[in-house]
Design a protein around this ligand. Sequence first.
Ligand code: CUA
Length: 312
Amino acid sequence: MSLLLGASILQPAGPAARSIASLWPWLLWASVVAVVVVVVLMAVSMRRRGRLDDPVDSTEPRWGVGFIIIAGVAVPFVVLAATYVMSLVEMRELASGGDGAETTIEVIGRTWWWEVRYPNGATTANEIHIPAGEPVMLELTSADVIHSFWVPELQVKVDQIPGRTSELWIEADQPGQYRGQCAEYCGLQHANMIVQVVAEEPEEFERWLDEQARPAADPEGLAAEGRDVFMSTTCVGCHTIGGTEAQGDLGPDLTHLASRDTLAAGVMDNTAGNLAQLVTDPQSVKPGMIMPPTQLPDEQTEALVAYLMELE
Ligand code: CUA
């Protein structure tokens, strides 16, 4: 549930989001003033209109052309120009903020999940681990349709366009989890295309990264039976498990599936029961997803889940 709370642009958790959030009060109060002025003018003009049939009172002040030029041209020009300049200053800061980022992470949008690749070969899904307190460069692209990467507490949203790579730096002040969301309509499960940025102390991040680049450990007992089930069903065609013959790339890399918090891109917690449901009836979890159902005898499902839950 914690995934669904927080994630507001008004609670920035990193330097980029903070600088964006600093624009917000200015825009809010400028808009409030504009609305109040317009409403007052409307009220005044309605009162006058009510008296339209009265004879014109030549002693009443007439604002005329001068008023139109000031209120209709000069004031909006000043307000829009000021907003534009403030945005330009902000954009320049945002553009250079990622200079010196030491880690570059590829984030590939897919229907409807996120593939995440690190330079050391570690590949994961729907969770982007980063070291807290330093900028990290993301290379954003898409494998199919246009998606948009947005973690409101950390940065602006950036479209992920097939055949193009866009760079975006992110930085989190403190260790913690920051929820992101696909922000460009991409089909049936667009709303369930959730990404989690996990910021950790740098040493902890390094440990995680080394661990994720390792092949899967050899299973024993029930889990070993589960591996045989995996390798003999459709699973093997679409997923990769490092160190095994499973090298598919249609679905998420499962080498360290058990280390992730959620399944199906943030839709459900990563538990044995949920995993069993996802394997046997994926359409009930995420209607429209391309994963086919895997109908197996109960004991085989149990073994398969035991194997997957061991992939830490
Ligand atoms: Cu991906 Cu919306």
